[in-house]
Design a binder for this molecule. Structure first.
Ligand code: DO4
Ligand code: MG
Length: 288
């Protein structure tokens, strides 16, 4: 039973729900924490107990009548980088400063950067974007951790860390501009609870980019290719850094299309992670 953030009808308020088959339980109406932010204030054990009570509720609406939104409210989104060999190799290929990627891949301290807050994050079916001043762009399909305020991994969602390779490749100090702009992140469709995922270290991840009805690029990886542990990434994210309402951490990409490929307006990006679901977003180009 995954968690979700959703809207019903023309009501623009975001609700926090628990999906039970083809129904969504309104967690607030069922007496549980009324938002993801409050749920992530609880310990994992207390949240589990609260959700057990919520599961018995009859405050339900058909899943077909709700719109799933990005599963985030007050959390910051952070991203880890160069955590897969494929990411290291692709960055060394694109960059004028190859050694920084090689060094960080094997260093104790991982690369972790701030990506944004809810207003920058697209949900299922919503637009993602390439920057108007970028010439080489890719989606980055990533397993995203949903972490509570105590640093416990509560669940997993799909993340897309859309990135400009031309801007980052010119100078690594341009990373924030390559990574943080309007519609540069997507999350969803739901949060699969850690208690319901058999082995988060063995999750197949698949990326498909459709262009004009054809497959423009397809690739796959698995979280078992990650060069670090989830716990280690979380530990660094929480070092001297309080996340009062929890945090969302994308764990890096293991799929990078070949150098001649760039994302274009009109493309459709689909990411599937076994056990979590499928996230699809159309691509637009911003105006610079
Ligand atoms: O070093 C730049 C960013 C790397 C990244 O986002 C990734 O590996 O997924
Ligand atoms: Mg990334």
């Amino acid at each position: 039973m995954p968690l979700c953030v959703y809207q019903t009808g023309s009501d623009e308020r975001l609700k926090f729900g628990l999906i039970d088959g083809d129904q969504v339980i309104d967690i607030e109406a069922a007496g549980g924490p009324f938002s993801l932010g409050l749920a992530l204030r609880l310990s994992k054990a207390d949240l589990g107990a609260a959700l057990d009570r919520v599961r018995r509720s009859d405050q339900r609406v058909p899943l077909s009548e709700v719109t799933l939104k990005a599963p985030i409210d007050w959390q910051e989104v952070w991203c880890a980088g160069v955590t897969y060999k494929r990411s290291r190799d692709a960055r060394m290929e694109e960059s004028q400063e190859k050694s920084v990627y090689d060094r960080v891949y094997d260093a104790d301290r991982p690369e972790i950067f701030f990506k944004g807050m809810r207003f920058r994050v697209s949900g299922p079916g919503e637009e993602i974007a390439v920057r108007g001043d970028s010439t080489w762009d890719v989606p980055e399909p990533e397993c995203a951790l949903v972490i509570n305020s105590a640093g416990e991994i509560v669940g997993y969602t799909i993340g897309n860390d859309v990135s400009s390779r031309s801007i980052e490749g010119e100078n690594p100090l341009y990373l924030p501009q390559a990574k943080v702009y309007d519609k540069a992140a997507a999350l969803g469709p739901v949060i699969a609870l850690d208690s319901e995922i058999e082995n988060a270290n063995e999750l197949p991840i698949e990326l498909t980019i459709r262009r004009g009805g054809e497959i423009g690029f397809q690739g796959s990886t698995n979280t078992n290719q990650l060069h670090r542990t989830f716990d280690d990434l979380v530990r660094y994210l929480y070092l001297d850094n309080t996340h009062f309402h929890g945090a969302i951490l994308m764990t890096g990409t293991g799929i990078v299309p070949p150098s001649e490929f760039t994302l274009e307006a009109g493309d459709e990006v689909t990411i599937t992670i076994d056990g979590i679901g499928t996230l699809t977003n159309p691509v637009i180009r911003l105006g610079a």
